[in-house]
Design a protein around this ligand. Sequence first.
Ligand code: DGI
Ligand code: FE
Ligand code: FE
Length: 211
Amino acid sequence: MIDNELLLHIQRKLKKNITSKRYRHTIGVMNTAVSMAMRYDIDFQQAALAGLLHDCAKCLDDDEMLRQCEKYNITCNKTERKQPYLLHAKLGAFYAAEKYGIKDDEVSRAIRYHTTGRPGMSLLEEIIFTADYIEPNRKMLEHLPVIRKMAFIDLEEAVYMILRDTVDYLGKDTNKTDQIEHHTLEAYEYYKRLHEEKTAATYHATYHQKG
Ligand code: DGI
Ligand code: FE
Ligand code: FE
């Protein structure tokens, strides 16, 4: 079930704090996350709330982002100091609880890791991570059509495909190579391993069956 009153209340507040383009993206992520929650049998309300609030701290410039983190004692590592936009995930988790009143650890973690991912994400975290990438307003990227389908077939595989494209994209830009967050790399290694184990199991089942 979904508490529509609560969602509408948050939507009205959110509209005042983010740009209209970001708001459109946010609604896209919320709807995609709820659809995925149906597919993977998790709580719709948590999916809707995390989708709605995942970018609630996005519309701050770099200096303001750093100042807000300092003000609320949110720790920033070297990579985050160089790329302050990464902090909208940590700050967003804090705002969701303190400014929007959503004190739910699972929702909070899904917001916290929506940009980088992390090894061994929960279903809710994987759904928000993926819904953020595939929602209908996203600009078209090469693998987006296949990732959109995969998101409803094998979620871990979709997460792997997104991380692979992200690491590849960041790695190609020499200015960003040293700015890949350790969570992103660790998540990539983790989901790559799951992918390889699955591939090996399929190979085994296909070629080593006893006749
Ligand atoms: O906030 P959104 O634009 O909706 O999406 P997001 O929070 O997933 O941010 C996407 C951007 O973050 C995209 O340009 C890739 C970038 N990103 C993801 N992981 C890392 C990263 N950027 C750096 N520098 N390091 C990372 O580890
Ligand atoms: Fe984001
Ligand atoms: Fe987003």
